[in-house]
Design a protein around this ligand. Sequence first.
Ligand SMILES: Cc1cc2nc3c(=O)[nH]c(=O)nc-3n(C[C@H](O)[C@H](O)[C@H](O)COP(=O)(O)OP(=O)(O)OC[C@H]3O[C@@H](n4cnc5c(N)ncnc54)[C@H](O)[C@@H]3O)c2cc1C
Length: 610
Amino acid sequence: MGFKTVYEDCDILVVGGGMGGCGAAFEARHWARDMKIVVAEKANIDRSGAVAQGLYAINCYMGMQWDENQPEDHVRYARNDLMGIVREDLAYDMARHVDSAVHKFEEWGLPLMRDPETGHYQREGKWQIMIHGESYKPIVAEAARKSVDKIYNRIMVTHLLMDENQPNRVGGAIGFNVRTGGLHVFRAKAVIVGAGGASHIFKPRSVGEGMGRTWYAPWSSASAYALPIMVGAKMTQMENRIVLCRFKDGYGPVGAYFLHLKTYTQNAYGDEYESKWYQHTKDMVGEYIDHHPTPTCLRNHAFLQEVAAGRGPIHMVTKEAFQDPHKETVGWENFLGMTVGQAVVWASQNIDPKYINPELTTSEPYVMGSHATCSGAWASGPEDISPDEYYWGYNRMMTVEGLFGAGDALGGTAHAFSSGSFTEGRLAAKAAVKFIRDHANDKINVSDKQIEDRRKEIYKPLENYQVGRNEIVGGTVSPSYILPLHGLQRLEKIMDEYAGGIGVNYMTNEPLLKFGLEKLKILQEDLEHIGAEDLHQLQRAWELKHRAIASECVTQHTLFRKETRWPGYYYRGDHLKLDDENWHVLTLSRRDPESGEWEMEKAPVYHIVD
Ligand SMILES: Cc1cc2nc3c(=O)[nH]c(=O)nc-3n(C[C@H](O)[C@H](O)[C@H](O)COP(=O)(O)OP(=O)(O)OC[C@H]3O[C@@H](n4cnc5c(N)ncnc54)[C@H](O)[C@@H]3O)c2cc1C
């Protein structure tokens, strides 16, 4: 296929221009006026990633200038919410720097709401501050754009490239332009992956006509995990998927409702139900149920139990709060700047929350490292606070030399959110600059053969389709290829039924996970025969391949951890209790890039904050 090849040699390549990527782009220039910094983004950084549509709150702000919270408090909070397990060094490091990122956003024009009495930023909750955030992403993207040498929009990065002079060292990345089809080869001394989390690996509640609607961005296609996994980087806590309690059908967020509007939930009969499940939950997880605030997964657990007991649906009680015109406005505006679809769903279903308490539901599971769970790559922490086992020279560097990550890509740093992801990008970039300076004599060697092999692989779905299409006269079913949508639905069904999705009430066990792994393996074989009709479908094909490999990792981790650490996110039916004696650990995996075999291990959880 006659697509043009474009070569770009640079010092730092940022893969994905979302919150983490923009933070990396901005900070890299601060430390390296002399380096060539390039961003490769599959959409357009002005409106890409999970913040594309805007946000209504910045969920991670300490407020150290007013002594509202200290970084230690945030570590305790994240650790508590994650049932005792986070990378405390990474969490502390993010928290101590996050305020300065938020101050930058304000300086760049993001309107932050202020409390009229104190003059402080308007709090939505202990950690969240409220913003007029429709243009959050374009504002942050502008800072990135002004900092770098070049932004390549519309480049779907499919693989990382490896340096052939040294083992286990990254040498760049490769992908294709989703509009022109051109092959883009980036040779870089350091790569920072900020390619977002993973939606659509489990079957979503929205199917058929609503299928595109998921809570996590539908375009977050697990590249942040697949790219490092494919080159043998270690991953951590990939079993720690998240399930969200959200407004039904539109996945509208509930944070502002709970925290700011002070709405609350009740069952179908108007009863409070969480306290009923106290003893039941205590029998499973012990004293974690007595922690304050109640860990999110345990609140989900009560929700799921109440519905399973036949007293659903669960409603959000909005009728009282919405009698106050100010709160009513806040309630609607919360959606209009962030999840406009929820407002449209309510309008279409005749739901006015002033008169009807809307239904809530629990979402399908998602995998991501920046929101309220901590799946992602295993990365080095900062030198001043990380214990030896968490430190190998460069902050936020993965176990592949020169390969860094930020945001959803990195494991262990829950509750970073948009501001924390941007902050992590900054930290990663600063370390990447140091890495390049320390290795000034390294010559990156990416051979023509490596590029040629990848080129063939990248375009193969187009060829599969072109050849296989001749065997049929019409329709979408062919004897020799499957289409990306077919493959996606098969993946979602496998993950749903075997790895603990909505269809099985988030329940799984060892036999199910082993069956699931077998089926995922067969799916991977079939994905060699995926057919792409055009460039759009070629992107879908690669997104699916990334999702499939990340799903395998999630399933391996879920199989490895023999306990139910986060009831409400998923359950191991064969190990229904939390087991601190054996599993108060971080789980690590590595996929051998040659054999495709997985190795699992445990890493200690160091509590560096008391
Ligand atoms: C529905 C929702 C609501 C949220 N609400 C809040 C909130 O109220 N407050 C808050 O602070 N945070 C919120 N968050 C969290 C916040 O959006 C994330 O923490 C943050 O965006 C993560 O940053 P990231 O850089 O890891 O990923 P993203 O910002 O998602 O960026 C990933 C980027 O990588 C690109 N990309 C993906 N794959 C490839 C590839 N293969 N090649 C090239 N580019 C690629 C994407 O296009 C995207 O630009 C919310 C998230 C969601 C989904």
